[in-house]
Design a protein around this ligand. Structure first.
Ligand SMILES: [Zn+2]
Length: 278
C-alpha cells in the first residue's frame, strides 16, 4: 500500500490489492481518527502498522464513508476505535453487508476470520467531530450508495469524498439524479485536496474539471439510456453504449472502467424500465 502525507497530520493510504481503494488517517495530539478500513484482513493489518509507524497515540475513532465491504470490512481489526457512520450504514451493514460477507467467505478463504462490526455512533444530516485541534464535518453525500457520507477537515480544506468520487462514477446501489446533485454540491465547498474513494488524491486545480467531467458523464448516460428505453431497445443494446461517447476515457480506471460503465448502464435501464434485468 502507498502512504501519502497530504497535509499536517493527514494521510491518504492507497491499496495495491483492491482497485486502489483509498482510506486515510488523521493524527491529532489527542489521538488518531481513521477513515475507512480496507477489505482484506492482510491490508487492514498493514494499514494499522502504517498508522503505528507515525504515532503511538491511540486510535480513537474510525469513520466509515459507507457500508461497502472494500471500505468497511477491516473494521473488526480496530477494536480500540469507536466507529462512526451514517445511521443507514449501520442498517445496511447489518442486512446487506452481512449477507454479502457470507457469500464472499465461500469464495475467499482469506475472509474466514472477518466479521461485521456495527457502528457505535451514527448520525443523519451532518455531525461535527472535534479532536486535538482538528475540526471535522461529516455530511451526507449520497448517489453511489444511499448511506454515503463525506468528511471535510476544516484545517487544510481536505475532503474525503468516499466513493462518490472515483475515476469513473459508479452508481452501485445509488441513484443518478442524487449523484449529480451531490457532485454539484461539492462545487460550493472550498476544497484544497480531495481524497477519492479509489485512486487517491486530487489537487485544487484539478477538482473543478473532474467534478464537471463526472456530472457530464452522468448526464450523458442518463440521456442515452433514456433515449434507448424510449425506442424500446433491449438491455443488450443499451450495454453497447460506448464509454468514450459519454465523455470518459476507456482507460481511466484500467479494466474496471468498462465493468463500472456497463453496471451503470444496467442500473439506469432497470430504474427507467422498472425491470430487474441484469
Ligand atoms: Zn462503494
Amino acid at each position: 500500500m502507498l502512504k501519502d502525507r497530504i497535509s499536517e497530520g493527514v494521510y491518504a493510504v492507497i491499496s495495491d490489492l483492491y482497485f486502489e481503494v483509498t482510506a486515510g488517517f488523521i493524527i491529532t495530539p489527542e489521538g488518531v481518527i481513521l477513515i475507512d478500513s480496507f477489505p482484506f484482513p492482510s491490508e487492514a493489518r498493514e494499514f494499522k502498522k502504517a498508522v503505528l509507524k507515525e504515532t503511538s497515540l491511540p486510535i480513537r475513532y474510525l469513520i466509515l464513508t459507507h457500508y461497502h465491504a472494500d471500505h468497511s470490512l477491516g473494521s473488526y481489526l480496530f477494536e480500540e476505535a469507536e466507529i462512526i457512520a451514517h445511521e443507514k450504514t449501520r442498517t445496511l451493514l447489518r442486512t446487506e453487508g452481512a449477507k454479502r460477507l457470507a457469500e464472499a467467505k465461500r469464495q475467499n478463504p482469506d475472509l474466514e476470520e472477518a466479521r461485521i462490526v456495527l457502528p457505535h455512533i451514527t448520525f443523519s444530516g451532518e455531525m461535527y467531530l472535534y479532536l486535538g485541534g482538528k475540526h471535522l464535518r461529516l455530511f451526507e453525500l449520497p448517489g453511489h450508495s444511499p448511506d454515503s457520507i463525506a468528511i471535510f477537515i476544516e484545517e487544510g480544506g481536505i475532503l474525503f469524498a468516499g466513493d462518490l468520487v472515483m475515476p469513473i462514477p459508479y452508481l452501485a446501489d445509488g441513484d443518478v439524479d442524487t449523484m449529480i446533485a451531490s457532485f454539484e454540491s461539492l462545487k460550493e465547498l472550498n476544497i484544497e485536496q480531495l481524497v477519492q474513494g479509489h485512486r487517491g488524491v486530487l489537487l485544487r486545480g484539478e477538482i473543478p474539471g473532474v467534478l464537471d467531467e463526472n456530472i457530464n458523464y452522468l448526464k450523458a448516460i442518463k440521456a442515452k439510456v433514456s433515449k434507448a428505453v424510449e425506442e424500446g431497445l433491449p438491455l443488450e443494446k443499451v450495454l453497447e453504449i460506448d464509454v468514450e461517447d459519454c465523455g470518459k476515457s476507456r482507460i481511466v480506471m484500467g479494466n474496471m472502467t468498462n465493468y463500472i460503465h456497463r453496471a451503470n448502464l444496467a442500473a439506469l435501464y432497470r430504474a427507467l424500465t422498472g425491470s430487474d434485468a441484469r
